[in-house]
Design a protein around this ligand. Structure first.
Ligand SMILES: [Zn+2]
Length: 240
């Protein structure tokens, strides 16, 4: 039975490279909307948390973002290598993004471990779910740059530390991610209206209470806006 492996192959095969062919040198940090980047950051953050939890379990302090976690826990090189990967997934080669290929390869490694009944992987079967979801949803365009994982979502460190595992798990269902996108879009729409007629009070789509816009200027004259819900710990964003 190779259920995990077969499922991984199916999912990776279904990744549409045409999403990534629209990325150019010029637009690679802005080809998605602000809301999409916000949901991308949530997925990457959840990956860091899951890896942190795994690191705690295997008593390791840190690991690198691009390390194959299957190789990390088995301390062995997987037979399924990048040549085999490229043969099997021409669509991923077409994406021309090193991190997309690398993450998908690590995901295949993890599913091979799962099929072999390796106990640590079985404890964390969905280890690569956030990153694969990120790539499936079109947010996989990122690069390694100056010690950071860099993309339109901002920067994440290359090193993942065990204490990330102390954070609360995030809901990464499509519904939750799409809600994040909707909320940012709503805030952007309110801001356009505010800039048009000066009205600063709107309705929060998360809780239904009042959403306020407060204009701000930095010391060096940069205009930005706080968009905040009157409910404590509800929507709170800075836009410009
Ligand atoms: Zn609210």
């Amino acid at each position: 039975m190779n259920d995990f492996y077969n499922n991984a192959v199916k999912r990776i095969n279904n990744i549409d490279p045409s999403i990534y062919s629209k990325v150019t040198m010029k637009n690679w940090k802005s080809f998605r909307s602000k809301g999409e980047y916000r949901s991308d950051a949530v997925l990457i953050g959840e990956h860091f948390r899951r890896v942190g939890e795994l690191l705690q379990y295997i008593s390791k302090n840190s690991t690198h973002f691009i390390i194959s976690l299957a190789e990390l826990i088995t301390n062995d090189v997987m037979e399924f290598n990048s040549e085999k990967f490229e043969e099997l997934f021409p669509n991923i080669k077409e994406c021309e993004c090193y991190l997309i290929s690398r993450i998908c390869l690590c995901y295949v490694h993890w599913s091979i471990l799962l099929d072999s009944d390796e106990p640590i992987s079985k404890k964390y079967p969905d280890m690569y779910e956030p990153l694969i979801k990120l790539i499936e949803r079109g947010g996989g365009q990122m690069s390694l740059h100056h010690g950071e994982i860099d993309g339109g979502f901002g920067g994440f460190p290359r090193l993942i530390y065990a204490d990330r595992g102390n954070l609360k798990a995030t809901n990464i269902s499509d519904q939750a991610l799409n809600q994040i996108i909707k909320e940012v879009e709503h805030a952007e729409e309110c801001l356009v209206k505010y800039k048009n007629d000066g009205r600063s009070e709107y309705t929060c789509i998360r809780c239904g209470k009042k959403l306020h816009i407060h204009p701000n200027v930095t010391d060096w004259g940069y205009q930005w806006y706080k968009i905040i819900c009157e409910t404590e710990d509800c929507y709170n964003d800075n836009l410009s």
